[in-house]
Write a protein that binds this ligand. Structure first.
Ligand SMILES: [Zn+2]
Length: 412
């Protein structure tokens, strides 16, 4: 027997459906159903519409009634399409040093930087990594993030990358949130690897790619293209091989120097993330592609750097998702709604653009067509905010959290 649940009456239901995949959005384009009901059948949405129209049917089949007292706004569950929440240790010392003007090199030389996280993460057991990842995923879930992408990339050897991806897989089975794993073995060339970056990537692709497939550890390959990481030339053979295996490609692009976004577009990447340094040329390239541009305001806030040119990207016609980049080095905050709201104020984004960036467009950045909007047949990932006006959500800049979260039809 299926489980039926009726949620409502909802003052404003924002479906987030029917919005274009690319380009700027006005709030007037948002579909808002008032006095709405959402009728669930198991983990999916069975029907949406007027609460009082659905009510008799729900009552006649003995559906569970989630009757709401007071004013609520419903949104689809948030999707965070770029995080690094599988890590051990803290980089509070780096943060303090950076804020007193110490350089990247000075921080690295004092034992900080990515190598510190790598050392702590390698030292951690699989069980410890699972526990840390579940804890962060659950905190995100309470804040309304029902789907979280999680990258490896602090292992940087075949065995250690497998350990991280196994930890992410295990964590996925221990949290109600959905975790989408991405292999970021091409994060940097590890300093304990005694040959060229190209050789490192060759070993990873030769030995790791087939294991990712056979053990179902990830369908996504990411690489950091940057002066301090891998060059476009380094990465070409790696991405060709990834494509041969059928992986989706995503790129850490244009964070400090341009170059990565052109590689992303050339390889038909599903997303190009960061883009803080993108100029009009890169913006144009992305706008003329199907690659989703992903802004990571948490990294800009953490590093005290310029934001991704979100307004320009949208005006040029690109698709824009917004993600937290939650990681111990540059983006330790891990509050997607707060970061997206703040990006909105600096980049002059409409509510529709901010909310699409963390729902439907973020789902597209992960290639997930079963979520990101509230529509019949989609997953019942639903947030209820206690307010009468959806505009209150970004106005409170992340302080107004969802009062209720449903994940796959289950109230968290
Ligand atoms: Zn990242």
């Amino acid at each position: 027997m299926p489980n039926y649940t009726l949620i409502g009456p909802i003052r404003q239901l924002l479906t987030m459906r029917g919005l274009g995949a690319k380009g700027s959005l006005q709030d007037s384009q948002l579909e808002i159903i008032t006095e709405a009901g959402i009728f669930l059948k198991d983990e999916k949405i069975h029907e949406i519409g007027s609460y009082w129209d659905i009510y008799p049917e729900a009552q006649s089949i003995g559906a569970k009634m989630e009757t709401l007292q007071g004013d609520f706004v419903a949104l689809p569950g948030f999707v965070d399409c770029h995080t690094h929440i599988c890590f051990a240790g803290s980089r509070a010392k780096d943060f303090a040093m950076r804020n007193t003007g110490k350089s990247y090199l000075e921080i690295a030389n004092s034992g900080g930087g990515i190598w510190d996280t790598l050392t702590q993460t390698r030292k951690a057991s699989l069980e410890q990594l699972v526990k840390l990842t579940v804890k962060r995923a659950n905190s995100h879930l309470t804040d309304g993030v029902t789907t979280t992408e999680v990258k490896s990339g602090y292992g940087l050897s075949v065995a250690e990358e497998i350990k991280m991806l196994q930890a992410i897989k295990q964590a996925n089975s221990e949290t109600a949130a959905d975790l989408i794993p991405t292999c970021l073995a091409a994060h940097i060339c590890p300093k304990d690897f005694e040959s060229s970056a190209k050789e490192y990537l060759e070993i990873i692709s030769n030995e790791l790619f087939s294991i990712l497939k056979s053990e179902n550890l990830s369908n996504r390959i990411d690489a950091f293209i940057e002066d301090s990481a891998f060059s476009a030339d380094d990465i070409a053979a790696y991405f060709h091989k990834a494509k041969d295996f059928g992986f989706d490609i995503t790129v850490h692009a244009d964070q400090f120097h341009v170059g990565g976004s052109a590689v992303a577009v050339a390889f038909g990447a599903i997303s190009a993330d960061h883009l803080e340094s993108s100029t009009d040329k890169e913006i144009e390239l992305l706008a003329n592609s199907d690659t989703v541009a992903v802004a990571l305001p948490g990294a800009s806030i953490g590093l005290g750097m310029a934001f991704t040119p979100a307004r320009k990207l949208l005006d040029a016609g690109a698709s824009l998702a917004i993600a937290s980049d939650w990681n111990p080095g540059s983006a330790p905050m891990g509050d997607l709604l707060m970061q997206a709201s703040i990006l909105g104020t600096f980049e002059k984004l409409s509510n529709a653009e901010v909310l699409a960036g963390i729902t439907c467009r973020a789902a597209a950045a992960l290639g997930l067509s079963d979520r990101g909007s509230i529509a019949v047949g989609k997953l019942a990932d639903i947030l209820l905010f206690q307010t009468s006006d959806y505009r209150e959500i970004t106005y409170h800049q992340g302080k107004l959290k969802p009062a209720m979260v449903f994940k796959r039809g289950v109230k968290i």
